[in-house]
Ligand binder design. Structure first.
Ligand code: PGA
Length: 251
């Protein structure tokens, strides 16, 4: 079902005690508030269980930032979708551009990860987005279509309906250079058309599509006001309650 959502992506930040304090601070700040969006925090793996136990997970969903592309077994250092689900986390961010770029995650690997996450009842927050050169060459529509098709389009309609998409232009991530609200709307509408061509207008209309890339308290209102922008995936500004809360309240 399409919903408004603001999701934080803490990346490789915060020790366990810092992360717990941040999550508890957010939990406290949201207490008694009626929210117009779902709130999710994407924490490091080792924080998941402690944070899920320390906050109201009906109000703040907990997400991992990755999962293994294998179900279980002799894969030293990996964390499976089942392990993530066992902590109380309900979401997993997959295909973030930093994973694609620095850890060479391919469309095929990501397809496997999406399947495993869904099989364990996790909601994938699946990231797509073009690099600057691709935008300058006018290939951004083509690039996101390819990323979606290669990793998601073998899913059944039922499975696809569980997926949240996050459009994150790589040139906007951590750079302070946000896409304009019009640029975001243009490509979100395009993404929805691509989804409609595969799964039909009803499912495409029900899909939650987030924007990510230097979203903050100043630009959030304009972005989420756009018809096809259902919320945001927030990096830097999710690392303090003071910066994250106004984004949640942008709806
Ligand atoms: P940013 O990161 O908000 O710091 O640009 C967004 C993301 O990478 O998800």
């Amino acid at each position: 079902m399409r919903k408004n959502m603001i999701a934080g992506n803490w990346k490789m930040n915060t020790t366990l005690s810092e992360g717990l304090a941040l999550a508890k601070g957010l939990n406290e700040a949201l207490k008694g508030k009626t929210l117009q969006c779902e709130v999710v925090i994407g924490t490091p793996f080792i924080h998941l269980a402690s944070i899920a136990a320390a906050i109201d997970t009906d109000k703040i969903g907990v997400a991992a930032q990755n999962c293994a592309d294998k179900e279980k077994g002799a894969y030293t250092g990996e964390v499976s979708a089942a392990m993530i689900a066992s902590t109380g986390a309900k979401y997993v961010i997959l295909g973030h551009s930093e994973r694609r770029q620095y850890y060479h995650e391919t469309a095929g690997t990501l397809k496997t990860k999406v399947n495993l996450a869904l099989a364990k009842g996790l909601t994938p927050i699946f990231c797509i987005g073009e690099v600057l050169e691709e935008r300058e060459e006018g290939r951004h529509f083509e690039v996101v279509d390819e990323q979606i098709k290669a990793s998601l389009f073998d899913l059944s309609a039922d499975d696809f309906s569980q997926v949240v998409i996050a459009y994150e232009p790589v040139w906007a991530i951590g750079t302070g250079k946000t896409a304009t609200a019009d640029q975001a709307q243009e490509i979100h509408a395009h993404i929805r058309q691509t989804l409609a061509a595969r799964y039909g207008a009803a499912i495409a209309g029900d899909t939650t599509i987030l924007y990510g890339g230097s979203m903050n308290a100043e630009n959030a209102k304009d972005l989420v006001a756009k018809a096809d922008v259902d919320g945001g995936l927030i990096g830097g500004a999710s690392l303090s309650v003071e910066k994250f809360l106004p984004i949640i309240e942008a709806f």
